[in-house]
Design a protein around this ligand. Structure first.
Ligand SMILES: CC(C)(COP(=O)(O)OP(=O)(O)OC[C@H]1O[C@@H](n2cnc3c(N)ncnc32)[C@H](O)[C@@H]1OP(=O)(O)O)[C@@H](O)C(=O)NCCC(=O)NCCS
Length: 179
């Protein structure tokens, strides 16, 4: 297995999962790839301050962010998140060099446990139909397809331009162990 910078192999128990703080926002642009989401992430961050959602990052012991996942507690799409029994996981990604080592599964397990502690019974998510790797992972983690979504949504990029996204997706759901 590749060991970045000849450091000792990464162990899951050494990773830190914590909530995003304001100073993390630039790092969530991942060196430019997600600069386009700057406004949207700023808005999600502001909503997180009033507990509408929670933004998680996973870091190495040296504080480098290597992954993220956000959780929405209440959405206009009540089937995804109703503020009571169902919460919606989104923007889940692990940096490429850290994939396939269990980091994503570790983060998902952490999030599911946190949701149970908050009294949620189900976790929901969308996965693009052209993302078979993520679909397979979710299935292995116990998520089941419950429907299909057009995946049409839009956001304002960092320059204020409206960007339309068309990403046909599967809606998946997992009954948490307290569900
Ligand atoms: C989807 C994503 C978040 C998964 O993160 P990850 O850290 O690679 O996830 P894991 O390592 O836990 O699992 C990936 C696979 O590696 C396997 N794996 C876990 N630990 C492993 C290890 N130590 N060695 C080798 N493989 C391992 C898992 O079993 C899993 O296999 P599966 O896909 O057959 O189920 C990541 O691939 C990603 O960021 N993709 C791009 C963004 C994306 O598609 N996000 C999802 C949007 S819905």
């Amino acid at each position: 297995m590749d060991t970045p910078n000849n450091a000792k192999p990464m162990e899951l128990k050494d990773l830190i999962i914590r909530e995003v703080v304001k100073d993390d926002l630039p790092a969530l642009e991942w060196g430019g790839e997600f600069t386009k989401y700057r406004r949207m992430y700023g808005s999600i961050y502001r909503d997180s301050l009033s507990d509408k959602n929670i933004m998680w990052v996973v870091t190495l012991p040296n504080s480098e962010i290597i992954g993220q996942a956000f959780v929405m507690f209440k959405s206009a799409d009540w089937a995804a998140a109703d503020g009571e029994s169902r919460a919606y996981i989104f923007a889940f990604r692990i940096k490429p060099r850290w994939r396939n080592r269990g980091v994503g599964s570790y983060l998902m397990a952490f999030i599911e446990e946190d949701l149970q502690e908050r009294g949620y019974k189900y976790a929901t998510l969308n996965v693009a139909k052209d993302n078979p790797d993520a679909l397979r992972l979710y299935k292995h983690l116990g998520y089941k397809i419950t429907g299909s979504r057009s995946g049409n949504w839009s956001y304002r990029d960092h320059e204020g331009n409206l960007q339309q996204v068309n990403e046909p997706s599967w809606r998946m759901m997992k009954k948490l162990s307290n569900g």
